[in-house]
Design a protein around this ligand. Structure first.
Ligand SMILES: [Zn+2]
Length: 164
């Protein structure tokens, strides 16, 4: 007679207690873009709306303090490599071919608008330089990627890709 004893599991079965129930699609996707932005929640809504406006569905969003600052003016050695590894993973896992780099007005990671003496033109010119530098750094490592840069303020999003 076969033994009624169940084979021993090598792990303890854990009880799943959901705090929130909502289905998630498990289909594997190709990312339309790897989007690097600051985690500042004030500009989250406009970011989401821009993605929808551009018809970008599946994206790989990366949010770190300062957004593209982590490439152009990283706080610590190694921060830049970290984000470039993130991008490499996005390319490997989701065949990402486009990158969007963002910075924004009054970013705390840059010292806020006070750093520019509340001069919005000075701030914008600075961010254009930072974004151009960030773009170059991505291109140096991934020359085949299409890279665009953006500055976000309280009125909307400005494409700075061809501005210097
Ligand atoms: Zn910020």
């Amino acid at each position: 007679m076969p033994s009624k004893r169940k084979p021993k599991r090598s792990f303890k079965r854990m009880k799943r207690k959901y705090v929130f129930r909502h289905p998630s699609s498990l289909h594997h996707y190709e990312a339309a873009v790897f989007a690097l932005r600051c985690f500042d929640n004030r500009f989250w809504k406009v970011f989401k709306r821009l993605m929808r406006h551009l018809g970008l569905g599946d994206i790989d969003p990366e949010s770190v303090a300062g957004g593209a600052k982590i490439l152009s003016s990283p706080e610590k050695a190694g921060d830049r490599d970290f984000i470039l590894r993130e991008l490499a993973k996005s390319i490997k896992l989701h065949r990402t071919k486009r990158v969007m780099l963002f910075t924004h007005h009054d970013c705390g990671a840059y010292g806020g608008e006070a750093r520019f003496g509340n001069d919005e033109e000075k701030e914008f010119a600075f961010h254009c330089q930072e974004l151009a530098k960030a773009k170059k750094i991505v291109w140096r490592k991934f020359p085949k990627l299409r890279v665009k840069t953006y500055f976000v303020d309280d009125k909307g999003v400005i494409d700075t890709t061809h501005l210097r």
